[in-house]
Design a protein around this ligand. Structure first.
Ligand SMILES: *Cc1c(COP(=O)(O)O)cnc(C)c1O
Length: 458
């Protein structure tokens, strides 16, 4: 028999999590105005809100915390991080930032101006937010297959090269400075981008004289998928694949709360010294001095170690196979999911799960509410609420998909927890026809409204 995969680590410390009753959860979610971000974490049994900054650090990372150098300038921790970035991603210059969106804020202060277009594959919400804040527009050039949740395509994060070239051809050149490639593509379901596609994007970018930016939060998970699904990569190491991926980028931003398995941190990696120098000014203004940015020395140390652990095959296999384990259970129960399963999360198709709820009543928000009440599990809406209103018309925007995301924190939960999640959602699925109405908005912010929106049941 082939040995099953097993975690490439064992547990040295545990944290107690609390169960609750259905009555308590019904009261708490009402008090939270039906927004799961408003729940207190101790009201949640299994927290799949995000895999961002929620991972478990290793003993080696905690040791690095003790070795942190908190010097204002030139700390050894800065050089540790610099070496790890050079070794793994291949970039010569970098700026530490406190998280991914801070990296976007700094970099886009240089690269984005009013009226610009930024083509890419389903931009992440903060990426889009930072583009729109500067009165520019994100143009989604993702392949059409990504929006068909039943279509098994191995690289649904891919950019449609024709769509991309159309944009580049039609728009005056000065309005487009760069192309964003999100690896893996969070917004289309944690789906990877193929090496072939990265190569083609590079060619198009060169043809039109554009920069290529990798939004790299889950670059290692992307590399794992390339190894598993990309022809000719079976025998390459994750590190080799990562090196090749980044060879097609000019600049990278990274939320290290994902694949670097730290609770806080991020950076911008640059190949070009001139661009780096321009960004330095904004980094000092918004984040901190060049050699710490938004980070403590100890956190830069843990990050450097995390980059190494996050690019080990055995770790990635246990991580991604755990996500697939949950996916398979749910598939067996008949729950409609995005296929193939994502690297960091399972995405439930709310339009197929709750076909009776009109989109104006936010079916993808109803699902996490019901899942929470059922089993104390916290998922999150990736749908019309998150899509915000159109910045010009102020009308609700309805994206192609209405999804509930269940993101799995790294090295945190066991497969018994996954079983609990699967049964809770299967129970909601069984009573789905009794769920007839959705929610309405009581109060909302003008941008990134899903974080603070207040809702009521209709
Ligand atoms: C998380 C994430 C970001 C933003 O990073 P934060 O650390 O949350 O600020 C940007 N892009 C992608 C693809 C992400 O997943």
């Amino acid at each position: 028999m082939k040995l099953p995969y097993a975690e490439s680590y064992k547990i040295k410390m545990v944290e107690t999590i609390k169960k609750s009753t259905r009555e308590e959860r019904e009261r708490w979610i009402k008090e939270a105005r039906y927004n799961l971000f408003n729940l207190r974490s101790d009201q949640v049994f299994i927290d799949l809100l995000t895999d961002s900054g929620t991972g478990a650090m290793s003993d080696k990372q905690w040791s690095e915390i003790m070795l942190g150098d908190e010097s204002y300038a030139g700390a050894s921790s800065y050089y540790k991080m610099k070496e790890a970035i050079k070794e793994i991603c291949g970039f010569d210059y970098f700026l530490p930032t406190h998280q991914g969106r801070a990296a976007e804020n700094v970099l886009f202060s240089v690269l984005v101006k009013e009226g610009d277009l930024v083509p890419g594959n389903s931009h992440f919400d903060t990426t889009k937010g930072h583009i729109e804040l500067r009165k520019a527009t994100a143009v989604d050039c993702t392949i059409d297959e990504a929006f068909d949740t039943t279509n098994y395509h191995p690289f649904k994060g891919n950019i449609n090269i024709n769509k991309l070239e159309d944009v580049l051809k039609k728009v005056p050149s000065e309005k487009i400075t760069f192309i964003v490639v999100t690896v893996t593509c969070n917004s289309s379901g944690g789906q990877p981008v193929s090496m072939q596609n990265l190569r083609e994007i590079r060619e198009v970018a060169d043809k039109y004289g554009k920069l290529v930016l990798f939004d790299s939060a889950r670059f290692a998970e992307n590399a794992y998928f390339i190894k598993k699904r990309g022809k000719g990569y079976e025998d390459k190491t994750i590190r080799e694949i990562v090196k090749e991926m980044f060879s097609y980028a000019d600049v990278m931003t990274m939320s290290c709360k994902k694949d670097a398995i730290v609770n806080m941190g991020g950076f911008i990696g640059f190949r070009n010294e001139e661009l780096f120098n321009k960004a330095v000014v904004y980094n000092i203004l918004f984040e901190g001095y060049v050699t710490y940015g938004g980070m403590s020395g100890r956190d830069m140390n843990a990050l450097a170690q995390g980059l190494k652990e996050g690019t080990e095959f055995d770790y990635l296999e246990s991580r991604i196979e755990q996500v697939a384990y949950l996916g398979k259970k749910l598939t067996d129960y008949g729950v409609p999911l995005i296929l193939p399963y994502g690297g960091h999360a399972i995405f439930v198709d709310a339009l197929r799960f709750l076909p009776n709820i009109p989109r104006e009543e936010f079916p993808a928000q109803v699902l996490p509410i019901e899942l929470y009440i059922e089993g104390g599990v916290r998922g999150v809406e990736i749908g019309a609420l998150m899509a915000d209103r159109d910045p010009v018309t102020r009308e609700n925007r309805f994206p192609e998909l209405e999804l509930m995301r269940m993101a799995i924190p790294r090295r945190v939960y066991t497969n018994n927890h996954m079983d609990h999640v699967a049964v809770a959602l299967a129970n909601v699925y069984e009573r789905r026809n009794k769920i007839k109405r959705g929610v309405k908005i009581i109060k909302e912010a003008p941008i990134l409204r899903h974080f603070t929106v207040e809702l009521d049941r209709i």
